[in-house]
Design a binder for this molecule. Structure first.
Ligand code: ZN
Length: 244
């Protein structure tokens, strides 16, 4: 009787591993839009290093075919309501980009002109939820699909903060931004709760977790061997969407 039970457990395990293998044992999940994997492929020369620009929107910015962040505006209303200084906000966003840049072979550069930026950041003009990401890829058949533009929008009606204080109703900008950037570069929500890309906002860590690193490494390559895995971070929810 006991042997049978053990055998059953092992079979279950083997099955589970077989299914999960490609997604890093639940630690990450690649974003798929219309069933297609997406990735930034804006590298120049060798070695392959992906370069992505970002900018803060300055005026009302409408993206008619976006599902999320369709209408965005300057971040000012958020700063005002949550009493956050503009420069502090900007630095938190930078710190969020740095989390990904430090581990993977992808760089993010802030530019002034939103019309030339790969990733646009702004406040929702149709507030809902907390923060969202919209990912648009180029038409064609290239695989994975090349991302053309990502939009990241924060709800200015919600309260935001810098840092953790245990209040899970008010989200930390850096954690939320890092999570949304994860979507903007091709990651989805993993089933495992211990990752920054998990859909639930938590204040247990404020850096990328092993699954996050494994996922971004698969998409862009890791900068160095993951000897001492980073460990800390956290946001909430974004969904990704497609543009045709
Ligand atoms: Zn999300």
């Amino acid at each position: 009787m006991r042997k049978l039970l053990i055998l059953a457990s092992i079979t279950t395990l083997v099955t589970a591993f077989g299914t999960v293998n490609a997604q890093g044992l639940f630690g990450f999940r690649l974003l798929k839009l219309n069933g297609e994997q997406v990735v930034w492929n804006t590298w120049e020369g060798e070695p392959k290093a992906t370069k992505v620009t970002y900018a803060f929107v300055r005026t009302r910015t409408e993206t008619p075919d976006a599902i999320n962040c369709r209408v965005m505006g300057p971040i000012d209303p958020l700063l005002e309501k949550s009493n956050i200084a503009r420069e502090a906000f900007r630095q938190e966003i930078r710190a969020a980009f740095d989390m990904w840049e430090e581990v993977a072979n992808i760089t993010f550069t802030e530019i002034d002109d939103p019309s030339k930026a790969g990733i646009l950041i702004g406040a929702q003009l149709e507030p809902r939820g907390r923060a969202f990401t919209n990912v648009a890829y180029k038409p064609g058949t290239e695989e994975p699909r090349p991302i053309e533009q990502s939009l990241i929008c924060f709800n200015p009606e919600q309260r935001w903060k810098i840092g953790f204080d245990g209040n899970l109703e008010v989200y930390d900008i850096r954690y939320a931004a890092a999570h949304e950037i994860g979507h903007a570069i091709g990651l989805d929500h993993p089933p495992s709760t211990g990752q920054l890309m998990h859909h639930r906002y938590q204040e247990k860590f404020r850096t990328l977790q092993p699954g996050d690193i494994e996922g971004v490494g698969l998409l862009y390559g890791l900068r160095k061997a993951p000897s001492n895995g980073p460990a800390h971070p956290h946001v909430h929810s974004a969904s990704a969407t497609v543009r045709r």
